[in-house]
Design a protein around this ligand. Structure first.
Ligand code: ADP
Ligand code: MG
Length: 390
């Protein structure tokens, strides 16, 4: 464990002692960056994310009554979750992630002990690096741990996804939770979102992932996300009239899509085109990384961005600007938006040795064009969620 990481855990433990007068166990779950494969997860397709060394930590100790107290240090807020509450409804705030996870575990037939939680995260919130999944997974580990329950990492990922889908109300795919559970240091995760079969792909030692945050998040993001999902479903419905064997865009080849293009209006066609092409790009990028072909992998990331901008229409001027600034820097193999879109972050595959120069050039260029001071994160890859033993 890196010493700075250890320091953060010790500090959290000490604060926990002061808040709850008890000795906690500490669980942590990483955020993730999606290297390539955007908007493919909910189409049963392929993604290639990596867990990153930014974490949400949950300190936990048993509590006598059948209820949970959760305090977020990031937000300075406390929430109370009563297991006996009939028909618990979402509060539409951060505590829904904790409540949703507790409910999902309980609805799977497991009984939870009461718990006092203290939550601290350094995954930037709402930027596409999946602070939400890292909060869910760390919470799940903490609640299960204090209750003496052991579940597989894949079961935990599924329960957390169901909490986010069914209680929080965000219809996300399983990528975020799966990566937070299964990440491996030094590797990307090539994941088949249908079968959940996965492969670890080593990231060449001279390469790194630089994430730059546009610091904007346009308000249409969640509405447009749900609209894209509907458009993909509509594409599948129309295509399945002539391709009865398909159940998702994952099953549609580029040639079949083009052959039956007349069934789709222009917008639906372009949405489907992105997903079909993106699935092909993820596979090619996985092979390129395995071969150590960083330039080829970077070009696929560039193509992914163009497709998200032009065909899927989920980019925005700030993301496009930042991607162009990054691509102009020596040492950048490729750059693309990452996450749902309409703001948030870009991810760049870079020559690790040039990380500082690239981060500075993007920051300066972005400030000169927008007046906004952006944040950049050089993201070492990380292992998946676990208990932190200090
Ligand atoms: P992302 O997952 O890309 O960071 P989301 O909108 O999916 O963005 O999730 C962000 C939400 O997750 C926050 O608005 C908050 O409700 C919750 N969250 C994440 N981290 C924390 C934390 N440390 N404390 C409290 N809530 C958190
Ligand atoms: Mg999220």
């Amino acid at each position: 464990m890196a010493s700075s990481t250890l320091f953060e855990s010790v500090a959290l433990r000490d604060r926990y002692r002061r808040v709850y007068s008890a000795e906690p166990r500490i669980f942590r779950a990483p955020g993730r960056v999606n290297i390539i494969g955007e908007h493919t997860d909910y189409n049963d397709g392929f993604v290639m994310p990596a867990a990153i060394a930014l974490y949400t930590r949950v300190a936990v100790h048993h509590r006598a009554m059948g209820c949970i107290t959760a305090q977020s240090e990031n937000l300075g807020q406390r929430a109370f979750i009563d297991f006996d509450e009939p028909n618990p409804a979402p509060r539409h705030d951060w505590s829904d992630y904790v409540r949703g996870v507790a409910l999902a575990i309980r609805s799977s037939g497991r009984s939870l002990e009461g718990a006092n939680l203290l939550i601290q995260g350094n995954v930037p919130i709402g930027s596409g690096l999946s602070s939400s999944a890292s909060l869910e997974v760390a919470t799940a580990l903490a609640l299960l741990g204090v209750s003496g329950l052991e579940l597989s990492r894949t079961e935990i990922a599924r329960l957390c996804q169901s909490a986010e889908n069914n209680f929080v109300g965000a219809k996300t795919g399983i990528m975020d939770q799966f990566t937070s559970c299964h990440g491996r240091e030094g590797h990307a995760l090539f994941l088949d979102c249908r079968s959940l079969e996965y492969h670890y792909i080593p990231i060449p030692r001279n390469a790194g992932l630089l994430v730059c945050n546009t610091m904007v998040r346009h308000s249409l993001a969640s509405g447009e996300y749900n609209l894209r999902r509907q458009q993909c479903s509509e594409g599948v419905r129309l295509l399945s009239t002539v391709l009865p064997e398909i159940s998702s865009l994952r099953d549609v080849s580029r040639s079949a899509l083009d052959e039956h293009r007349e069934l789709l209006d222009e917008t639906i066609y372009r949405r489907c085109l992105h997903v079909v092409n993106e699935n092909n790009r993820v596979t090619k990028a996985g092979i390129a990384l395995l071969d150590g072909a960083l330039k080829a992998a970077g070009e696929l990331m560039n193509a992914s961005h163009e497709s998200l901008r032009g065909d899927y229409e989920v980019s925005c001027p700030e993301l496009d600007l930042m991607v162009n600034l990054a691509r102009d820097c020596p040492g950048v193999f490729g750059a693309r938006m990452t996450g749902g879109g309409f703001g948030g972050c870009i991810v760049c595959l870079i020559d690790k040795a040039k990380a500082n120069q690239i981060a500075r050039a993007v920051t300066d260029g972005y400030k000169a064009h927008t007046g906004i001071v952006c944040e950049t994160y050089f993201c070492p890859t990380a292992d998946g969620a676990d208990e932190e033993l200090i």
